[in-house]
Design a protein. Structure first.
Length: 252
């Protein structure tokens, strides 16, 4: 659908305002604040600069089920969707191939950590080997795909400034977006005392300043686990613009 003839009161094409708003929202809140069809739309804007791509983006996500499905689709499959031209199909294929190449070069994992059960499923086989006091930090990308886990056992006091610095540097080095802290506790179900909670708050503030999100702090031993997020004790540690969408995404 061409909309070159539709303009606002100032004579500016309507599609320009929509795209600018979409880009500003992406810059302000990050990819996780966009709906799936909006993610597709903002990528396609660069391929078709003078066309309303919202309808075709919705059709693509409906047809292939997800953002990933759109960018994995073949050229023939894409061309079967109303509104997809040969040039647009080629752009989608190239973008999908680029993302795949990036994932392979940077060893991006297929393990997702966007809910408590997934984090615990990842941690469960590791816990018997980590039966000693200390801190582990898990990093994921903005799609909650696991990147790596760092063992900070050599740090006796997890709340020290050096720990926060190490977490930030590792996150930046791995191009991470989300962080999960895992603390060994003799009695996880007792949670944290006020002093420990204050330390956690300080670390979360440092991460926030570095544009990283502390998703959860998990207290574990060989048999028990306790999620600060699931037990509603992480809300005071979130201060970023996308806090609402994160709480809706990461759940039980």
């Amino acid at each position: 659908m061409k909309i070159d003839g539709l303009r606002d009161k100032g004579g500016k094409p309507l599609w320009e305002g929509h795209r600018n708003r979409l880009r500003l929202r992406l810059e302000r809140d990050g990819w996780d604040a966009l709906k799936p069809y909006e993610m597709v739309e903002i990528v396609l804007c660069h391929a078709m600069p003078r066309q309303d791509l919202s309808p075709v983006s919705r059709l693509l996500v409906d047809r292939f089920g997800s953002v990933g499905g759109v960018f994995r689709a073949s050229r023939e499959e894409l061309l079967s969707v109303q509104g997809v031209s040969s040039g647009l199909a080629e752009w989608i294929n190239l973008t999908g191939a680029l993302v795949l190449a990036y994932r392979q070069m940077h060893n991006v994992s297929d393990i997702r950590l966007n809910c408590y059960q997934q984090v615990m499923a990842f941690l469960k086989p590791l816990l018997p080997e980590k039966q000693r006091t200390g801190l582990w930090v898990i990093y994921s990308d903005f799609n909650f795909n696991l990147i790596t886990i760092t063992d900070l056992q050599e740090t006796e006091f997890w709340w020290e400034a050096e720990s926060a610095r190490r977490i930030v540097m590792d996150a930046i080095g791995h191009d991470a977006r989300f962080v999960y802290m895992v603390l060994w506790k003799d009695r996880p179900a007792q949670g944290m005392d006020d002093i420990e909670a204050a330390h956690l708050n300080a670390i979360a503030s440092v991460l926030c300043a570095a544009e990283l999100d502390l998703v959860d702090c998990l207290l574990v031993n060989g048999e028990e686990t306790y999620s600060m997020r699931v037990n509603n004790q992480m809300n005071s540690f979130r201060a970023t613009a996308a806090g609402g969408s994160l709480r809706e995404t990461y759940d039980r």
